[in-house]
Design a protein around this ligand. Structure first.
Ligand code: NI
Length: 172
């Protein structure tokens, strides 16, 4: 596991790991702490404001994100087995994803959410969020269920992206 952590890479669409539902975490041990630390490094170096374990090929219900994504100072948080327990109103947000290269699209999300999970030490942890952070949490929790933001857009737009991706791969 340690080797896998050191050599961590971000998997990109259409890798099947991104379409697979992650399993709940039952043990909070040293390996998990190492995984969290490495995911936070990988997130910031990408750079990104959130990362789900599926994206680095680990099918565990774990996300990391920055609590103040707009501020200058880093405030990384890990959330284990996160669940959206409350969602109110709707907001349209222009989303991108480290696993969906060179593409953004508008997605309809909940405007305010309350998310419940465990912190990195296994203590109950609730977070209420809106705007960028709220959207980020919904996006990352989707990853744990094998859902990408492009699954929320029209099939026409998704087809256009697939076409663009094929073209990019040919040009490589
Ligand atoms: Ni993403």
């Amino acid at each position: 596991m340690i080797d896998a952590i050191n050599e961590m890479k971000i998997y990109t669409y259409p890798d099947p790991v991104l379409k697979t539902k992650a399993e709940p975490i039952t043990e909070i041990d040293e390996d998990l702490q190492a995984l969290i630390d490495r995911m936070i490094e990988v997130m910031y170096s990408a750079p990104g404001v959130g990362l789900a374990a599926n994206q680095v090929g680990v099918l565990k219900r774990l996300i990391v994100f920055d609590r103040n994504p707009k501020e200058g100072e880093r405030d990384p948080v890990a959330l284990i087995n996160p669940e959206i327990v409350l969602g109110e109103d709707e907001i349209k947000w222009d989303e991108a994803c480290l696993s969906v290269i060179d593409f953004t699209a508008e997605v309809v999300r909940k405007a305010q959410v309350k998310v419940r999970g465990l912190d990195r030490h296994g203590n109950p942890f609730d977070i209420e969020a809106e705007d960028l952070l709220g959207v980020c949490l919904q996006h990352e929790i989707d990853h744990l269920d094998g859902i990408l933001f492009i699954d929320h857009i029209s099939s026409l737009k998704r087809a256009l992206y697939k076409k663009k991706l094929k073209k990019m791969q040919k040009e490589k």
